[in-house]
Design a binder for this molecule. Structure first.
Ligand SMILES: [Zn+2]
Ligand SMILES: [Zn+2]
Length: 143
């Protein structure tokens, strides 16, 4: 099993793991997750979606795909204070808050990050997402 970093795209530093919106795995040949991350050094957060598919045929498609959208410090603070689920790092949780966060995160436009080449994990041109609290639940929207 391989592990993957959630390092900051800008400074490559360790980020706060704010909320595990959804996670399946890690399994031996697949792992998917969507997380809210925050870099204290850069004062920028992100909504990151990660997918590892060990079943793809080599050369046909990338095994690993990562998408990211920027979240402002204020929006990350809103997630920290308004997320109603007490087990916010439990990506398999199916409570209304986790489900709402995941369902809305899927619809948010994110930027695909190249896994190879000089632009790998570049923060340039990333999409921006915003956080809203609707009916008492945190949700995500495209900016
Ligand atoms: Zn950083
Ligand atoms: Zn939950």
């Amino acid at each position: 099993m391989r592990t993957w970093s959630d390092l900051c795209l800008i400074c490559e530093g360790q980020q706060d793991f704010v909320v595990n919106v959804h996670e399946a795995g890690p399994y031996e040949r697949s792992h998917d997750y969507t997380r809210v991350l925050y870099c204290r050094a850069c004062s920028v957060g992100e909504l990151r979606s990660f997918s590892y598919d060990g079943f793809v045929v080599f050369g046909e498609e990338d095994e690993v795909m990562v998408w990211s959208a920027i979240l402002s410090t204020a929006d990350v603070d809103l997630v920290r204070t308004a997320f109603t689920c007490p087990v916010y790092l439990a990506g398999g949780c199916e409570c209304p808050q986790h489900v709402r966060a995941y369902d809305t995160s899927v619809r948010v436009h994110k930027t695909r990050l190249p896994e190879h080449g000089p632009d790998r994990h570049s923060p340039a041109g990333r999409s921006v997402a915003v956080v809203a609290v609707v009916d008492g639940l945190v949700e995500f929207r495209s900016a």
